[in-house]
Design a protein around this ligand. Structure first.
Ligand SMILES: CC(=O)SCCNC(=O)CCNC(=O)[C@H](O)C(C)(C)COP(=O)(O)OP(=O)(O)OC[C@H]1O[C@@H](n2cnc3c(N)ncnc32)[C@H](O)[C@@H]1OP(=O)(O)O
Ligand SMILES: CC(C)C(=O)C(=O)O
Length: 519
């Protein structure tokens, strides 16, 4: 394999990305994104369109002042005012580019610009001449190139290169191209433009048909383009642009095919995606390639089993290399025993036999049929339920007294292995008194970690459900209790948790501390 040629990554999140309806960004936001793009190693940052507003001019200026390693670029129409604004905005940047453009398709020239083809060439040439007063790095784009006549493109591109443009960008402005034709289109242009080797060729594809990434890669691989214009999360006008994270990972993962040098720090992709999403308020769809929450999650048993045996059975790249902490095995109705067993191990749930796992797995499948999200607590409680089957502590009754100015008092009766136990105590609140009453005879030594109440039904007659989390000897369990009387529900939940802990009969700690919070 020969030495890879460099692929230039030109990011337009801050310019075309901002053309997404609803994605307006302020100067501080743009600066944060620009710094992240620089950290990631993006070659060119298109920071905005200087002539579009004083705010965008100032944002480009601010970016030009801080970004040192990436080229800072401003877009400009092919007119002198836009070029001057762009030139002034990027002035402070150590590496600066002006990107000027004009439409070249018959439709745009006639209906939008109301210009003859010759006038369009003149406008392009004089814009480039003007731009050279500010920088030597000049990009020229033929807007709507994929719907332009090749013969006209040869003429205007030759003139642009002659005038000093050193990057020639071929946009598929309306996302009309199809990959094999687009690659051929670029190749044909490069073959017919006599001075084509004096410029780097670039592609800028829109995603109206969902083909932006495919078209860009075809332009590179078959057409010989060496710059891709793209944006984080594929943000851009209408359906967006080519997604930076996708092309970068395609070129990296399929280096065997593309054989191109791309020097992006890919571990910054997910942080960049999250940053842009949070600033614009555009959520990332879970199944989005590379940066979607599900991109490295496996939900089905056969895949999970494969990944546990060897990650590359179902992963063509790693979660870590694009900036996720790790891949994920998501437990649900399609999961198998391998993933279930693995999660049980990770949760540190002590299991005595394969049979115990199998029983819990059967319960898990039943639960997963009813519930979409299975949390770690659900897995934990599958095993708790197995303990509950051997329940030996049962609630009988609770008497409780509360009066303003007096400490609440509770009396509890419960059965322990069929033997009636009585306990009484005061507490800082009625719930505290109830728990103290239980502990006055249970003496479990367990620590109360959580107490929460939910109304299961509406209105003042609501059934209350209480959850209590206790820990003892490194184990943690949740106990649940339901009753229209919230204090009885609390007592039931506490006793349920003691059952699961299975520590009562051992009476490990006769010095019961007052753990229950005052409620
Ligand atoms: C394909 C792309 O994504 S191109 C980039 C698109 N981005 C933007 O348009 C965002 C920023 N734009 C703006 O803020 C405004 O449109 C401005 C400041 C540039 C211009 O605003 P206005 O002067 O009010 O013009 P308006 O937007 O209504 O129309 C665009 C004008 O530019 C002309 N024009 C369009 N493209 C070009 C070009 N590449 N070179 C020269 N003139 C152009 C149009 O023919 C039209 O001229 P007309 O008013 O004489 O008919
Ligand atoms: C200005 C050009 C590059 C553009 O955004 C497009 O044609 O889509």
């Amino acid at each position: 394999m020969n030495t890879p040629e460099k692929l230039i990554i030109f990011d337009t999140t801050l310019r075309d990305g901002e053309q997404s309806p609803g994605a307006t960004m302020g100067q501080a936001d743009k600066l944060r994104i620009a710094k992240q793009l620089e950290r990631m190693g993006v070659d060119v940052i298109e920071a905005g369109f200087a002539a579009s507003s004083p705010g965008d001019f100032a944002a480009i200026q601010a970016i030009a002042q801080v970004v040192k390693n990436s080229t800072v670029c401003s877009l400009a129409r092919a007119n002198l005012r836009d070029i001057e604004k762009a030139g002034l905005a990027i002035q402070a940047a150590p590496r600066k580019r002006i990107h000027t453009f004009i439409a070249t398709s018959p439709l745009h020239m006639e209906k939008k610009l109301n210009l003859q083809p010759g006038q369009v060439i003149e406008a392009a040439v004089s814009a480039i001449r003007e731009a050279k007063k500010y920088t030597d790095d000049i990009e020229f784009s033929c807007e709507d190139a994929s719907r332009s006549e090749p013969e006209f493109l040869y003429r205007i591109i030759e003139a642009a290169i002659r005038e000093g443009a050193n990057t020639i960008n071929i946009p598929d402005t309306v996302g009309y191209a199809v990959p094999s034709v687009f690659g051929e289109f670029i190749k044909n242009l490069r073959e017919h433009v006599y001075n084509s080797d004096q410029a780097i060729w670039s592609v800028h594809c829109h995603n109206d048909l969902g083909l932006a990434v495919a078209n860009s890669l075809s332009g590179v691989h078959f057409g010989g383009a060496r710059q891709i214009e793209c944006s984080i999360n594929g943000l851009g006008e209408r359906a967006g642009n080519c997604a930076l994270e996708e092309v970068v990972m395609a070129v990296k993962t399929r280096k065997d095919f593309f054989n191109l040098g791309c020097y992006i720090d890919t571990r910054q992709l997910v942080p960049a995606s999250k940053l842009v999403s949070s600033i614009t308020g555009f959520p990332i769809q879970p199944n989005k390639a590379i940066v979607g929450a599900n991109a490295f999650s496996h939900a089905s048993g056969i895949h999970q089993d494969g990944v546990l045996k060897a990650r590359d059975t179902y992963e063509i790249m790693t979660a870590e290399e694009v900036g996720w902490n790790t891949n994920k095995l998501v437990l649900g109705k399609l999961s198998g025993r391998s993933a279930f067993r693995q999660r049980v191990r990770e949760l540190g749930i002590p299991t005595k036999s394969e049979e115990e796992i199998n029983e819990a797995f059967a319960r898990f499948k039943e639960l997963a049929d009813k519930k979409t999200d299975i949390f770690d607590e659900d897995i934990q409680s599958l095993f708790d339920e197995q303990y509950t089957e051997q329940q030996n502590i049962k609630f009988v009754s609770l008497k409780q007294a509360s009066e303003t100015g007096k400490r609440p008092y509770a009396e509890i009766v419960y059965l322990e292995n069929g033997v009636e136990r009585h306990g009484q105590a005061e507490g800082n609140g009625p719930v505290d008194a109830t728990f103290n009453a239980i502990e006055s005879c249970a003496k479990s030594g367990a620590e109360l970690l959580l107490y929460s109440v939910n109304a299961l039904t509406l209105g003042t007659q609501a059934q209350g459900e209480v959850t209590v989390r206790l820990s003892f000897g490194g184990r943690m369990v949740n106990g649940n209790g339901a009753d229209p009387d919230i204090l009885a529900a609390s007592a039931k939940a506490y006793l349920d948790a003691l059952n699961k802990l299975n520590v009562v009969r051992e009476k490990k700690n006769p010095q019961f501390g007052n753990d229950a919070a005052a409620v």
